[in-house]
Design a binder for this molecule. Structure first.
Ligand code: HXC
Length: 261
């Protein structure tokens, strides 16, 4: 893995930890940072030793305070559209990454930062985290998927309130409305994300991957098509060693040891 200018990356016990690291700009996403994230996820897709990924923010204050406003100020309509499309492609890549991705939200998750967190599978928030889609205060709507992923997560009414007012909400409110899965003390945040990652890693990896695919696929289609997809991936699992191992372990009253095959 090469060194990145705006990201830190380490692997510990099969968990890849990505830190968005521009703390002076509260980790705002500029083109280079998104390009680096894009490249890193391409590499991780090929690297089977990394079983889950955690994304967090560098410094004390911020997960990601949005897309870089300074970089967006002079953009033309054509450039703005291109910028949104590029970021959306990166976030779609993260959303469809074949292994779980957990956001460990240590501070501001605003605009593109909230949108990045929503592209992850699970959001764990520090008590200090703040969420919001403040774009309307800048005269723009969200462009990195916020108008689509927020209502899917919290429902249409709450999403519209957050999108129209641009209000920030704290971690407790984010938890209450289903935007955060869990809230922890700031000092426990990374450990909570690692514990969640390790727990998932004891389960059947192919089954977890197919759960992710079925949820993602199903939310974009009607129920009948979604459950039809579920039946296909369910059947597919019976061709895996993990299904034999998982069920044999249950019958033999022992812990399953999965190989992801
Ligand atoms: C560029 C940013 C930034 C951002 C913060 N900074 N957010 N730079 N883009 N999104 C910079 C500040 O300019 C400042 O730089 C430094 O980070 C510290 O920020 P302060 O404002 O001094 O900190 P504080 O007073 O604690 O306020 C924190 C904050 C505020 C509430 C998070 O920074 C803020 O409102 N930021 C903007 C949040 C936002 O609107 N996000 C949405 C962006 S639009 P200097 O050099 O002065 O120290 C978006 C759209 C995505 O995400 C879709 C596009 C297609």
């Amino acid at each position: 893995m090469r060194d990145y200018a705006n990201l830190l990356f380490e692997v510990a016990s099969g968990v890849g930890i990505i830190t968005i690291n521009r703390p002076k700009a509260l980790n705002a996403l500029n083109y280079d940072t998104l390009q680096e994230l894009n490249e890193l996820f391409d590499q991780l897709a090929e690297d089977q030793t990394v079983k889950t990924v955690i994304i967090t923010g560098g410094g004390e204050k911020s997960f990601v305070a949005g897309a870089d406003i300074t970089a967006m100020l002079p953009m033309s309509a054509v450039e703005g559209r291109k910028w949104a499309k590029f970021a959306q492609a990166v976030f779609n890549k993260i959303e469809n990454f074949p292994r779980p991705v957990i956001a460990a939200i240590n501070g501001f998750a605003l605009g593109g930062g909230c949108e990045l967190a929503m592209a992850c599978d699970i959001r764990i928030a520090s008590e200090k985290a703040k969420f919001g889609q403040p774009e309307v205060s800048l005269g723009i709507p969200p462009g990195f998927g916020g108008t689509q992923r927020l209502p899917r997560l919290v429902g249409k009414g709450r999403a519209k309130e957050l999108l129209f007012t641009g209000d920030m909400i704290d971690a407790a409110e984010a938890y209450r409305i289903g935007l955060a899965n869990q809230v922890t003390a700031p000092e426990d945040l990374l450990n909570a994300a690692k514990t969640m990652a390790q727990k998932i890693m004891t389960r059947g990896p192919v089954a977890v991957e197919l759960c992710k695919a079925a949820v993602n696929e199903g939310l974009d289609v009607d129920l009948e098509s979604g459950v039809a997809f579920e039946a296909e991936v369910f059947g597919l699992c019976f061709a895996t060693a993990d299904q034999k191992e998982g069920m044999a372990a249950f019958v033999e009253k022992r812990k399953a040891v999965f190989t992801g095959k």
